[in-house]
Ligand binder design. Structure first.
Ligand SMILES: [Zn+2]
Length: 236
């Protein structure tokens, strides 16, 4: 288990792990899970490491910002019977049936899709995606509605709110104070959805990822790191 260190750079905080190795030079890598990893020679001191980090900080922050976009990775699905699909963090099996009463429902660990007997594969996929979309608007909207109260009491009030499919982000807070959440979040556990909502709402106060931003985020969700990691794990 590597220990994580924190280093201040301007308004930002860079968290990094060090592994000391039998090597001559120091290397820095930023991983998609937001871990900044330093491989350093056995004799390297913390001071030497941080000096190098300060120098490389603009590049590190750029990488972190890029990964912070938390690009959702949606594995390609075939939408066939028995295939598993995520819903609120649970793996559900798909059961597609022809029926004169088309609908989609969740039952005993299955997503049961009753489709029109005339529907082709493309139309079946459309029905399932549409169902996910409706559930996303309903459930994410409800969670957002619950969370927003706390922010309102702190005078943090967004101007608009939207749930839609986004390719590269889980959420965003625009300079015009509009909160946008990715409808794909419906596949993640409820607390991961909460984490994304809190993260974006905290941007109403701090548009950056400064120390103060993280303090505010921890105030609203003390164990946010756990849910952030979970989101990345489950959705990758
Ligand atoms: Zn952010």
């Amino acid at each position: 288990m590597q220990k994580a260190f924190r280093m201040k750079y301007g308004n930002s905080v860079i968290q990094y792990c060090v592994s000391l190795q039998d090597r001559k030079s120091l290397s820095i890598s930023v991983h998609p899970n937001m871990i900044v990893e330093i491989k350093a020679p056995l004799k390297a001191t913390r001071k030497q490491i941080e000096k190098r980090l300060q120098k490389r900080a603009p590049w590190i922050l750029k990488q972190l910002n890029y990964f912070e976009g938390l690009q959702p990775l949606t594995p390609s699905r075939k939408y066939i019977n028995g295939e598993t699909h995520l819903y609120l963090g649970k793996q559900l099996k798909l059961k597609i049936r022809k029926s004169i009463q088309p609908n989609v429902k969740i039952q005993n660990g299955y997503i049961i899709v009753n489709t029109n007997p005339q529907h082709n594969q493309q139309q079946i996929i459309h029905v399932i995606e549409e169902w996910y979309n409706i559930r996303a608007k309903l459930i994410i909207g409800k969670i957002y509605g619950e969370m927003i109260k706390e922010f309102h009491s702190k005078k943090l009030i967004p101007r608009a709110f939207q749930i839609r499919k986004m390719k590269k982000r889980w959420g965003s807070c625009t300079p015009g104070k509009k909160i946008i959440l990715n409808s794909e979040l419906i596949k993640a556990p409820k607390n991961c959805i909460k984490y994304v909502i809190i993260h974006e709402l905290c941007h109403l106060k701090y548009p950056n990822h400064s120390n103060k931003f993280y303090q505010l985020q921890s105030y609203f969700l003390p164990n946010w790191e756990f849910w952030k990691n979970k989101l990345e794990l489950i959705m990758s």
